[in-house]
Design a protein around this ligand. Structure first.
Ligand code: ZN
Ligand code: ZN
Length: 455
């Protein structure tokens, strides 16, 4: 079979990337994630697909493609799709965000997952602290500069800058032509030059077809593009100007943000205190010499919340949590030295504030994207109520993990592919404007409809 690409997700939506590449009998999936609004007409936070029914509840609403020889026996046990030995050679993963990984949980564990070395460490951290969608799969690790073959296709992973460490794009040489996949990217993080490396390599490889994300390609993206560096400067200013406690909710696997807030804490005479799950991640990432990882105990502390008996008893905690108990900081300790703490507190842990009893006059930093739908607005309202309840100042401060529209256009022009397929965007049509000014052809993907690769 001539090389072809089929998009089963990420079409007209942000996230949910699921791309099937086929070339002369070889079949490879590029990412296999969950869409952010997958099934939101039927499921919400109180009605969830049942794990016990494997892929069945997802098939019911067309949230997973019906591909033979892909899913595990367990995933198919109660569905009309019969289990067959693996017919897909591998899943190649760009990075460890759930909109790229979550559905790997249902993939036959005989099928190997190819991922970056850093991603494999994040997987181990999450697996030991609960579960990971990659659990049970053979893991094949790569680094920039490596090449690996899957059937007639050769993959070249190239690092990109994104809001989680270990993010990659790929140049893929097929039997008929070359394609490139960006994964998720930005240029305005601390490692912007890595994305430029990707553009350079994809250009040199004379890419025919470019599969690019366009999260922020939208009509109303007029906001100034805040860099991670700007977040650091502003957070430092806020930290120096705040008398009492600072707490912030941010994604605990965004290593850039951890470094940013750790620096803001340091210059204001504070200590960054992170959750146990984040502490676990930092421990696992520590051996990765190419990353800047703050040292637990030396640079940052870990927060210990009460569980079960409520008395910080060893027996109350999972074995992976116990290693942090001796060197942890309790609510009481945070209360005693609140002017010296920069606390990482995710929204679901806000009730901890009741134990901490913060003095009025502190600052809360909302370090995430501002709400863009009703559900998000409702969540934000609850957060604001908590902040008001403790008498804190609410501040919004965030740098996106994605490039703004004009920088996506610059990447597309830089790669110089003859065909461009926009994915991971709600507004693929907006690429028509970029197309007008350039010499490439836009190919709008349709869910489940194969696209030819090469001439
Ligand atoms: Zn994504
Ligand atoms: Zn991502």
């Amino acid at each position: 079979m001539l090389p072809r690409l089929t998009c089963f997700g990420g079409v007209g939506e942000i996230g949910g990337n699921k791309f099937l590449l086929e070339d002369r009998g070889a079949k490879v999936l590029l990412d296999f994630g969950a869409g952010f609004s997958d099934g939101s007409d039927y499921f919400d936070s109180s009605i969830e697909p049942r794990n016990v029914n494997g892929a069945g509840d997802l098939f019911e609403f067309g949230l997973l493609p019906l591909i033979r020889g892909l899913y595990s026996e367990k995933a198919l046990q109660n569905t009309e799709l019969r289990y067959e030995a693996p017919d897909v050679d591998a899943v190649v993963l760009s990075h460890y965000h759930s909109d790229h990984t979550a559905r790997i949980q249902h993939v036959d564990p005989k099928i190997p997952v190819f991922c970056g070395e850093t991603t494999s460490l994040i997987h181990v951290a999450y697996s030991e602290a609960g579960s990971s969608p990659l659990d049970g799969h053979p893991i094949r690790r790569f680094r920039t500069g490596d090449r690996f073959k899957l059937g007639s296709m050769e993959f070249e992973p190239i690092h990109v800058d994104h809001s989680i460490p270990g993010a990659y794009g790929f140049v893929i040489h097929t039997s008929e032509g070359t394609m490139a996949y960006t994964g998720d990217f930005r240029f305005h993080g601390p490692a912007g030059s890595m994305t430029r490396d990707f553009v350079e390599r994809a250009r040199k490889a004379e890419t025919d077809l470019l599969l690019t994300e366009g999260t922020r390609v939208r009509e109303d993206d007029l906001k100034a593009n805040t860099s991670e560096k700007a977040v650091q400067e502003e957070a430092s200013k806020i930290a120096k100007g705040t008398k009492n406690l600072i707490f912030s909710s941010f994604r605990g696997n965004d290593l850039d943000r951890i470094n940013t807030f750790n620096e803001a804490a340091r210059v204001s005479g504070r200590r960054l205190v992170v959750s146990m799950k984040t502490a676990m991640l930092l421990e696992k990432l520590a051996p990765d010499r190419r990353l800047k990882v703050p040292h637990l105990g030396k640079d940052v502390d870990v927060y210990v919340r009460r569980k079960k008996s409520g008395k910080l008893d060893d027996k109350d905690y999972y074995s992976w949590e116990r290693q942090f108990l001796g060197r942890g900081v309790s609510a009481e300790e945070v209360r005693k030295r609140q002017a010296e703490v920069f606390l990482h507190l995710e929204a679901w842990n806000f009730p901890e504030l009741i134990d901490i009893k913060p003095e009025r006059g502190g600052t809360y930093i909302h370090a995430a994207t501002e709400a863009f739908n009703e559900e998000g607005e409702r969540e934000e309202e609850v957060i604001r109520n908590w902040v008001k309840h403790v008498g804190f100042r609410y501040t919004q401060l965030h740098a996106s993990g994605h490039a703004p529209g004009d920088e996506v256009a610059a990447l597309v022009n830089g790669v110089g592919a003859s065909e461009v397929v926009p994915i991971h965007t709600e507004f693929p049509d907006r690429f028509k404007e970029y197309e007008k000014r350039a010499g490439w052809a836009l190919r709008l993907p349709q869910r489940g409809v194969p696209l030819r690769i090469g001439a």
